[in-house]
Design a protein around this ligand. Structure first.
Ligand code: NAD
Length: 499
């Protein structure tokens, strides 16, 4: 795979990749770091260097925030809601025309199979279209008045200002849109700091937005390390809001840094989601559903149902079918159309995942499938076989800590009450789900599971029109739906004396 012709061909076909080191995108132009320093980005399928990225520091973030502030106060403030909605529809066109390039770039940068990144086109188009509609769909209200005299009381909504977006590497092509879409729909401007492991699609998208007619300075991108560019953005006194997707550890740091000017903060953090399989479930659906609920994107999905609880009476059959299914999954070259799972994003992530696999064995869990890094043709990339640990207890570290790799923990239960208690015994509250054909179980579980998103007899479905917020240490603030857009606005209450 190291020398896969598909991979080399894809890389050569992208002009954006081949025109030298990548720079920040500030005020409508690519600009180098003020320090002249760069960091390396690797292709996780081959372990080879893919690009050099500008290493952003405080001074680069200052320049980007200042461009965003200038655009917010200047030409962008004169765009009407209708003009912003129309602009977003133009963006849909431009993204559609350039989608193959964006999908290829995402695959080269973070390793998801091309088939998967191409299939994300619909999700992206629906998301941007949704934000176009939302540009026309927010408003204040008038308040029924009880004040003495001729008063009218009303509220108006206004865009917050400059929004900082900090995103992870697992799906940047979509993640960035929670910031860009909200900003374009409301009249805010943004500075985005993509993850150091996958920055390319964010940079290219920012350039395409200007091609579509988004004024310079409205969407800016500063690349670099979390502890440098990310920290500078979250602590910047002229940034009004931070929208963050990433780990709970970093989320805590962002809250602290944001205190400097009382920024509003929205956090989508980690998870250790429960997926409960009851004895009355349709196993033809539950086996692949539970498996892909973890393995999708090589396990690098925040809502992955990594703790699979299975009712004791079907445990033996379930584990046999799950192990069989897991062993048949094709892991390999992301450009091979038959590939289901690509590599993990980086060597660091590979080491982290393999250390958890080792830990699972030490904690007394038994491997029913996988547990290995893949070698042969795949030896230079960061590939891990889909892994099933059986005999897991909910208090083991592999059941409590987020692994962010294709590693599933099977935990046996007897009763509904026990399943619910175990499912909720976690520091997180991001996703959850269950498989059953019994309506009594359904209502009990959907009401009982403490998580921001619950899937019933399915997994991993998402709709931009449906809001979702983490619970407990999985974060706060709604992502998606109308409340997402509200997060980019503030409300003013106006009292008018008509006399
Ligand atoms: P991470 O928190 O290390 O990094 C995420 C982003 O934060 C990156 O851009 C990084 O550069 C930046 N960052 C790191 N340190 C920073 C700091 N001190 N100040 C400001 N920014 C900083 O997370 P990761 O390991 O790269 O990504 C995986 C994590 O993201 C997992 O925990 C996963 O669950 C979570 N995630 C959550 C969602 C969600 O919607 N809830 C979606 C995807 C991923």
């Amino acid at each position: 795979m190291n020398e896969s012709p598909h991979n080399t061909h894809a890389q050569q076909g992208i002009a954006f990749l081949n025109d030298g080191p990548k720079k920040h995108f500030i005020d409508g132009n690519f600009q180098p770091s003020m320090s002249g320093e760069s960091i390396e980005a690797f292709n996780p399928a081959t372990g080879k260097r893919l690009a050099l990225l500008a290493r952003g520091r405080k001074e680069d973030v200052d320049a980007a925030v200042s461009a965003a502030r200038k655009a917010f106060e200047g030409p962008w403030s004169r765009f009407t809601p209708h003009q912003r909605a129309t602009l977003l529809m133009k963006v849909v066109d431009v993204l559609e025309r350039n989608y193959e390039e964006l999908a290829t770039l995402e695959t080269l940068d973070m390793g998801a199979p091309l088939k998967r990144t191409l299939a994300m086109k619909n999700v992206l188009m629906q998301t941007v279209t949704y934000f176009s509609a939302q540009a026309l769909n927010w408003s204040g209200s008038t308040i029924p008045n009880s004040l003495p005299g001729n008063f009218t009381t009303l509220t108006i909504k206004a865009p917050l200002g400059v929004v900082g977006g900090i995103i992870p590497w697992n799906a940047p092509l979509i993640s960035m849109w929670w910031i860009i879409g909200g900003a374009l729909a409301t009249g805010c401007t943004a500075v985005i700091k993509p993850a150091e492991d996958a920055s390319l699609t964010t940079l290219r998208t920012a350039q395409l937005l200007v091609e579509a007619g988004v004024p310079a300075g409205v969407i800016n991108v500063v690349t670099g390390l979390g502890g440098e560019a990310g920290e500078a953005l979250s602590a910047h006194p002229d940034v009004d809001r931070i929208v963050f997707t990433g780990s709970t550890v970093t989320g805590r740091k962002i809250i602290q840094a944001s205190a400097v000017n009382m920024k509003r903060v929205q956090l989508e953090l980690g998870g250790k989601s429960p997926d409960i399989v009851f004895a009355d479930a349709n196993l033809d659906k539950a086996v692949p559903g539970a498996a892909m609920g973890v393995y999708n994107n090589s396990g690098q999905i925040c809502t992955a149902g990594t703790r699979v609880f299975v009712q004791r009476s079907i445990h033996e059959e379930f584990v046999a079918r799950l192990a069989d299914y897991s062993k048949k999954i094709k892991v390999g070259d992301p450009f091979d159309p038959d590939t289901q799972l690509g590599p993990l994003v980086s060597e660091a992530q590979l080491k982290r995942v393999m250390s958890y696999v080792e830990l699972g064995g030490k904690e007394g869990a038994t491997l029913a499938a996988g547990g290995t890094r893949l070698g042969g043709d795949l030896a230079n990339g960061y590939y891990v076989a889909p892994t099933v640990f059986d005999g897991v207890h909910n208090d083991m570290r592999i059941a409590r800590e987020e692994i962010f790799g294709p590693v599933l923990s099977l935990i046996t239960f007897d009763t509904e009450e026990e399943a619910l208690k175990l499912a909720n015994d976690t520091a997180y509250g991001l996703g959850g789900g269950f498989w059953t054909s019994n309506i009594r179980t359904l209502t009990k579980m959907m009401n009982g599971i403490k998580a921001g998103k619950i899937w019933v007899n399915c997994w991993s479905l998402n709709d931009p029109a449906a809001g979702f917020a983490g619970y407990k240490q999985s974060g706060y603030g709604v992502k998606g739906g109308r409340d997402h857009v509200e997060g980019f606005l503030y409300e003013k209450t106006i009292y008018i004396n008509g006399d």
